[in-house]
Write a protein that binds this ligand. Structure first.
Ligand code: 13P
Ligand code: SF4
Length: 340
């Protein structure tokens, strides 16, 4: 394990860390087969974890599919809580473990099921599309879910004049631009939710934001282009519409990985969580990854090899979704998966 990780990761992880983490990874992999578990790793996992213990790595959509298909008894989700919940929603007879209790998400925290019910009242009959970065009770109030990888396809599949798109303000803005829809954002006042419904609009958004992607600016892009004119800039769709418009490519974490693999630019700048830059740099040693940042998602960062080992040893932290919520959330997630 140490030798194979050293080959891939010596440029991005210090040697002493590689040795120590290889020992942990070997023990995790031994326990994984003893417990008949599968480990799913999101693309934002730190490199030593990403390259040593997951059976599958990928973006939210790819991992949801793997979670729904597995025949193992236990799913260990190296990602954040909403992802582990989605695995439980899709495959409820399995034990789903999230290695860190506090691995949340600023988007998931930005909206409640009661908020969705209020929106439905305000915009009767308008279908609700919910980003998977939400908790199960919010999914349960929705007609269909989407990820950053299929948001446009999901919106187009509805053939609706108007849709409610929750909760990411920036993803909604990016989808509105791609689908040619005009978007409005209700505001919260003491008198409740207010929206200027006299305007011509086809999308209703919400003011949720990813605390990582909201940090990137058009000035960052300009500064890097001035220094590296041939750089290819990739921005996750949770970045603002101004940032994605100024980038060369915008797509899910999985789509960004594919884009770097398949293109020939001399340098790349990834406007997303930083661990993914390390993972891509390790897989593409001949390509230069420019480092703008140390913008780690504090929630993804909670997931460590140490905690993953504890998760398998102590069977913690078990993800439960009340059945009444799960069946309603399942409809919304399953509808999304059917679209692709
Ligand atoms: P992806 O679906 O693109 O992997 O994104 C998940 C996420 O949380 C991005 O911040
Ligand atoms: Fe949530 Fe942003 Fe972290 Fe993704 S990067 S899990 S959207 S806070």
């Amino acid at each position: 394990m140490y030798q194979s990780n050293k080959q891939k990761l010596e440029r991005v992880v210090p040697d002493v860390e590689l040795r120590y983490k290889a020992e942990l990874a070997v023990e995790i992999n031994r326990l994984k087969s003893e417990r008949n578990a599968v480990i799913l790793g999101h693309n934002y996992m730190e490199p030593a974890l990403y390259y040593s213990i997951p059976d599958y790595v990928g973006d939210s959509l790819e991992l949801s599919r793997k979670a729904s298909q597995t025949d193992k008894d236990v799913i260990v989700f190296c990602g954040v809580r909403f992802m582990a919940e989605t695995a439980k929603i899709l495959n409820p007879t399995k034990t789903v473990l999230l290695p860190a209790k506090r691995a949340g998400c600023s988007l998931a925290e930005s909206i409640t099921a009661a908020d969705v019910r209020v929106l439905r009242k305000k915009f009767p009959g308008v279908p609700v599309v919910t980003y998977v970065n939400t908790y199960a009770d919010v999914k349960a109030e929705s007609d269909i879910c989407c990820t950053s990888g299929n948001a446009v396809a999901v919106v187009n599949s509805l053939h609706a004049d108007t849709i409610i798109f929750l909760p990411d303000e920036y993803l909604a803005g990016n989808v509105a631009r791609e689908t040619g829809k005009h978007i409005i954002f209700p505001t919260r006042t003491e008198g409740g939710l207010q929206a200027d419904t006299s305007l011509d609009y086809q999308m209703v958004g919400w003011h949720g934001r990813c605390e990582v992607h909201e940090k990137f600016t058009v000035k960052d892009i300009r500064d890097v282009r001035a220094q590296f004119p041939e750089v290819s800039i990739l921005a996750h769709p949770e970045c603002s519409p101004e940032v994605t418009a100024a980038a060369d490519f915008s797509g899910s974490t999985g789509a960004m990985i594919k884009y770097v693999q398949e293109s020939q630019a001399p340098q790349y700048l990834l406007l997303t969580e930083c661990a993914m830059g390390d993972n891509i740099a390790a897989a593409n040693p001949e390509k230069d990854m420019l480092r703008l940042c140390s913008v780690r998602c504090p929630h993804m960062n909670e997931i460590t090899l140490e905690d993953t080992l504890k998760a398998l040893q102590a069977f913690q932290y078990v993800i439960e979704v009340p059945e009444e919520i799960r069946v309603r959330a399942y409809r919304a997630v399953e509808r999304m998966i059917a679209i692709g």
